[in-house]
Design a protein around this ligand. Sequence first.
Ligand code: SAM
Length: 302
Amino acid sequence: MSTHRSTPQASHRPSPSCRPSRVGSPVSSPPRLSRPDVIARLRAAGCVFAEDEAELLLATARTPAALAAMVDRRIGGLPLEHVLGWAEFAGLRVAVAPGVFVPRRRTEFLVDQAVALGRRAARPAPGRTVVVDLCCGSGAVGAALGAALERVELYAADIEPAAVRCARRNVAAVGGAVYEGDLFAPLPAALRGRIDILVANVPYVPSEEVGLLPAEAREHEPLVALDGGADGLDVLRRVTAEAPRWLAPGGRLLVETGERQAERAVEAMAGDGLLPRVAVSDELCATVIIGTRPGPDPSDRP
Ligand SMILES: C[S@@+](CC[C@H](N)C(=O)[O-])C[C@H]1O[C@@H](n2cnc3c(N)ncnc32)[C@H](O)[C@@H]1O
């Protein structure tokens, strides 16, 4: 993971003609696809943002052969982020491997809410704010929190081995640790009762609606990252049930849901003893439910 604030420039690529080639051996690399070629192939395959995607592919491919292969994979339906090997998220360039959930732009709202609360919860030096990214996928949310907050103790966990491998790259870059397993089970027991900010972007698509998702999600992201059970809230309910034992007094749980699920998610949190509130971003079409473990407000810390 590296910080990334603008589209990479194609001119930063090493010139293919500078690559060493063995004396006397025939050079058989294919001719490099031109920008108009790439745009035309993407457009013919139905890519809505063919120009933008072409820029990213041209800027990322190191050789003509790599560019041709990337264009083929994209035309074959692989999500752009899986083709590139990274996604832009909250101002960061986050590594995303094939088979790992691609972080969505709307989840930046979850990050914004968590950053605001994390700043309020800051412990006086040399104390550190304890942050956990549960169901971390690529680790995009945890990495963004680690980059935005000062003096954090950062942990992340996911059940999918491919996601954990990816998260280890992204979260380690900001000094965090990543664990593999079911929800809270793999976390160090010493975190019980100490977590200030617990973010969990759990799968929340109702099972019956998974088939309605775009093919890029259905075919290239694991079902475990999407399917939230009958009403989409199975995993969320398991998280809210356990969260009070892991949160510090005054600590917060933040989860993303669909707008239609917000009321039931609020009920689940309240039923498990958390004080819920709903935050909505019309701009990002995002809904976040924030549950507070009753206790002293962390912003009152001396
Ligand atoms: C919607 S994706 C979110 C990924 C990431 N937080 C993000 O926003 O990009 C949900 C993630 O939850 C993980 N997951 C699903 N069930 C889980 C469980 N029981 N324990 C841990 N992780 C789980 C999936 O592997 C997937 O990576």
